[in-house]
Design a protein around this ligand. Structure first.
Ligand code: AMP
Length: 306
């Protein structure tokens, strides 16, 4: 089963306390799609300008993506620039140039409209809703979002929440959305707004997964010695979750599937932050993923009380 991925495709400039790199491949859809492609085929929907380097399109193609939904229009690609502090959980956006992204209209090619697994990467909720308007009978819809949309498009975001199966967002965003300090209360409150499943990411501290009733899973983060660039960790996590679920599910998605999916998502995100942009994804192998899944399992295991 393939995953339909929509989101931003960007050229990023990223500064950490140790390094700075300009015009890197970035954007929510790029990270989501590449991560998902480790588990399932991907159909990519996004927009780039005519300055977008061919090597990046080749990279997507090398990951076996269907690029019929990738629009190339006259003008400059979306550009984003961010700077990380010594605590790399803290980031400041330095600049955003919307460029061709300003008028992005995600029109699905006809053959995409019967997609079953949908990953709505971080873009305006009006565009995420517009994608959902075009799919005929989706089986499982995951959406990512950010604080910006809570500030400027809350009504559209609330409408989106009633249409999706799972929301992925970070701790600060969950608090902003619900006005709750407790992440447990925030997760439960977001479920009441629509999605059956909610994953709240806590940066280098892992994530909380809320399912139906009392179903709950606290997933740590793989402990890394060196983080080089945290950009896209959340999108990579979401891509890993969606790709794993699309690959394993023919029938209904269960809480147990999603538990495993968030561990795979965390494993992929942990690899992604080891290098700038999507560089680490170019050399990552299935064996690397399996190996880290297993060591992560051993690091996180508790003994049964006797
Ligand atoms: P993350 O680190 O998960 O927040 O994702 C970072 C990526 O999101 C970068 O590659 C940016 O190009 C992209 N991005 C930043 N701001 C936006 C925005 N307003 N809409 C869509 N994508 C964005």
């Amino acid at each position: 089963m393939s995953v339909l991925v929509v989101g931003s495709i960007a050229l990023d400039t990223v500064k950490t306390p140790f390094e700075e790199h300009a015009d890197l491949l970035g954007g929510s859809a790029s990270y989501c799609a590449v991560a998902a492609s480790f588990f399932s085929p991907v159909k990519l929907v996004g927009v780039v300008g005519d300055d977008f380097p061919k090597q990046h399109v080749d990279f997507f193609r090398d990951r076996n993506m269907d690029l019929a939904g990738l629009q190339t229009v006259a003008g400059k690609t979306f550009r984003w620039s961010g700077e990380y502090m010594l605590d790399m959980n803290v980031r400041e956006t330095r600049s955003v140039e919307l460029n061709v992204f300003e008028h992005f209209n995600p029109v699905l090619p006809a053959e995409y409209t019967d997609s079953k697994f949908i990953l709505l990467g971080n873009i305006g909720p009006n565009l995420q809703n517009h994608v959902l308007d075009q799919v005929k009978a989706p089986q499982f819809i995951i959406a990512d979002t950010m604080d910006l949309w809570m500030n400027i498009a809350m009504d559209e975001l609330k409408r989106l929440l009633t249409r999706i199966d799972m929301l992925i967002l970070n701790d600060g965003e969950a608090r902003q959305l619900t006005q709750q300090t407790s992440l447990v209360k925030a997760g439960q409150q977001i479920q009441q707004m629509g999605p059956k499943y909610v994953a709240i990411k806590k940066g280098e501290h892992g994530c909380l997964l809320f399912g139906p009733g009392t179903r709950f899973f606290s997933c740590g983060a793989y402990p890394l010695e060196d983080v080089h660039d945290p950009t896209g960790a959340g999108d990579t996590f979401a891509g890993g979750v969606a790709g794993y679920l699309a690959n394993t599910n023919q029938g209904e998605v269960t809480f147990e599937d999603i538990r495993k999916a968030v561990v795979f998502g965390s494993v992929l995100a942990s690899y992604n932050v080891e290098q700038f942009s999507l560089e680490r994804m170019r050399t990552l192998t299935q064996q690397d993923i399996q190996d880290r899944y297993e060591s992560f399992r051993l690091f996180s295991q508790f003994e049964v009380l006797t």
